[in-house]
Design a protein around this ligand. Structure first.
Ligand SMILES: [Zn+2]
Length: 137
């Protein structure tokens, strides 16, 4: 067995039963990197220290989550992150890219309805609650 294989096996054994990388962890890492990038342009010492502290705290939280063995709690945090932050941002980016459809959300139940663009003034009946949405596609 080569040194690299032994190293790989050792890391695998160490990480067994631990949380590892997930979406929230990546979000924390990228937020910390973004904060550090913003920090390059900050001139005030106090603001610089606060941003640096926040970035370090995010990185510490990420390292804690990476090696945590409390999988139930870490998965619950990740699920909250996915439903409340990740998915809405992903949906918004997907809608911004879609040039063939226009998206309306129902005022009653917040269901998102997709209609083709260029049909003029339309009245959409919400498929979930039956409410009407008036709009221009
Ligand atoms: Zn509705």
């Amino acid at each position: 067995m080569t040194f690299l294989q032994r190293l790989k096996n050792g890391i695998s054994r160490f990480m067994y039963g631990r949380n590892g990388a997930d979406h929230l962890g990546l979000g924390l890492l990228w937020t910390a990197i973004l904060l550090e990038a913003v920090n390059w342009f900050v001139r005030s010492d106090a603001a610089h220290n606060v941003i640096s502290l926040a970035s370090s705290a995010l990185l510490l939280w990420e390292v804690f989550r990476l090696f945590s063995k409390n999988l139930y709690a870490r998965r619950r945090e990740n699920a909250w992150f996915l439903t409340h932050l990740w998915q809405p941002v992903r949906d918004k980016l997907g809608r911004a890219k879609d040039k063939e459809h226009k998206y309306f959300s129902c005022p009653n139940c917040r269901t998102v309805c997709r209609v083709p663009r260029g049909k003029g003034k339309i009245i959409i009946t919400c498929p979930k609650c039956g409410g009407e949405i008036h709009g221009k596609s």
